[in-house]
Design a protein around this ligand. Sequence first.
Ligand code: SF4
Ligand code: MSK
Length: 658
Amino acid sequence: MKGEGKMAEAKSKSIDAASIKMIEKAARDGVNTAFDRAETMKPCPIGVVGSCCKHCGMGPCRVPLPKGKEETPEEKLKRRGICGATAETIAARNFIRMVAGGASAHSDHGRGVAELFLAAAKGEASGYEIKDEQKLLQLALDLGVEIGERSNNEIAVDIGEICLAEFGKQAGELLFLRRAPLKRQEVWQREGVAPRGIDREIVEIMHRTHIGVDQDYRSLLRQGVRAAIGDGWGGSMIATELQDILFGTPTPVLGKVNLGVLEKDQVNIIIHGHEPLLSEMIVAAAQEPEMVELAKSKGASGINLSGMCCTANEILMRHGVAIAGNFLQQELAITTGAVEAMVVDIQCIMQSIVTVAECYHTKIITTAPKGRIPGARHIEFDEHNAMASARAIVKTAIDNFPNRGSNIEIPEEQTYQVAGFSHETINYLLGGVYRASYRPLNDNIINGRIRGLAGVVGCNNARVQHNYGHVEMVKELIKNDVVVVTTGCNAIACAMAGLMVPEAAAQYAGEGLASVCEAVGIPPVLHMGSCVDNSRILMAAAAMVKDGGLGDDISDLPVAGAAPEWMSEKAISIGQYFVGSGVFTVFGVNWPTLGSPEVTEFLFKEFENMYGGMWAFEPDPIKGAHMMIEHIDKKRKALGIDKARERVLFDMAMRREL
Ligand code: SF4
Ligand code: MSK
């Protein structure tokens, strides 16, 4: 690997000082990273706009944009795939296959959680037990499960079986759709997008996009909405709800973030991926006195656990475990030379980490049967004996400590953050334990101190400067009094930039938002968890509608969504269920249907008439933020609360009232 490729110009690659240092170290060490590959690997101009089809053996077929505005039928026939598919069909098929990929990733995660939940309730998964009884009982009420004198485990068995059945259901509607405002449910009925079963809608996408099936882009995109709603209000929501019951619903917790959390004298273990099922056990195993003693016997002063990507968010939210970084920092963490083991499960794991690890001493340990990488050590997670798997992993890391080389450099950068804002916690923080509600949030939106709410989420993308889009967009929003809720790699970027401590309100937020944050003691950017936890944002939006004063539907709320550095198919599915739930959603970097102006127009404009929410594309994060603010102001005007902001002067009386 040494000497391979052109080394990246570090400073233009990231806004984060720790990452820049490690990009430079990788260059010195001759280690090629995603930052280098993004420079040398130019995207195919036809593929990037969604106009390349390889759905059959006659392709790939590439269909360019038309030359002039008016095309004759003869000219039209020349711009087709071999099977006759148009640019519209190809772009729409590609787009909803991305939805299918994303929805299946989230939903298969949810299925895994439901299976473990059921096994734990039946006493077949030692080490796991119900941690949040209140949420268990609430979910029982929501799902119509009898409570009576039954034990928690008896109730949980029923809940687990009902949730598992949601995946393979063939008819009817997903049960969690009932959690949406009534008006939203009517929109889904009207448009024919209420999902029947989570798996069914994904399979139907794969069928419709096979050669020669659905060749009407409107019809294809409708199925995309249906499957995405099955993700947000189905698979992802099941994952979040059952994880909370099994591992505890997050409450505010202090944590540290960035590569500086790695410890020079300790055994460093990074847990990377998405599922908290095994990582919860690794957290426990790493604290066992025998393990700590074993680490000391190898010359380390202890065991230091940290997370990466969404697993990091899961264990931060529930245990305050430090976060080493987000998606584009996975290779950089190994480049420090100080990581004994990187333990991975599913999603967003770069195959290259195995080869980067070969340049140092790090062991890559895969744990999921469906997520294997050649060259990695595989220690399979056995849910019936999870602690044994966790101990084997921790021991492998400890045994590797003496193999550390001398080429070690840990950047000092790390920041503090307050995380753990589940939608229940926001409820309690705003309304108090005895009158938990979103009323104070709604009131402050109505009186104009808070302009609106934005959900800013999603990945890093090596095609753009690491973390720049995330941080600039969020800063612009809070400066304009828009409170931000966040998940995934955006949350990690915001934490690294110091936006997730209460003091950030005074430094970065507009006067109205800052005054509310100071009164409640919260940061202006609220960490709601991992990718599947975007379902918490849906629940928060539904709660805002329920508390009244801001319309009858999510599409009436002064809210907007964004993923300024998206890259994964999951981000497309998330964006699609935000839009399908009535939220205006802006994506950065690139847009995968630009090869078909009709499809793009349909998603960006006509969707608003159908769903109340629509997509937009803007690579500049500040401009993207202003598109969101404009939409929020449009909704404020429609609600008749646009004048309130003009009256906000924040005299002493108003501050006292707060
Ligand atoms: Fe080409 Fe049609 Fe086959 Fe796609 S399905 S690769 S457009 S022939
Ligand atoms: S980890 S899906 S890069 S947010 Fe959830 Fe980050 Fe995107 Fe993966």
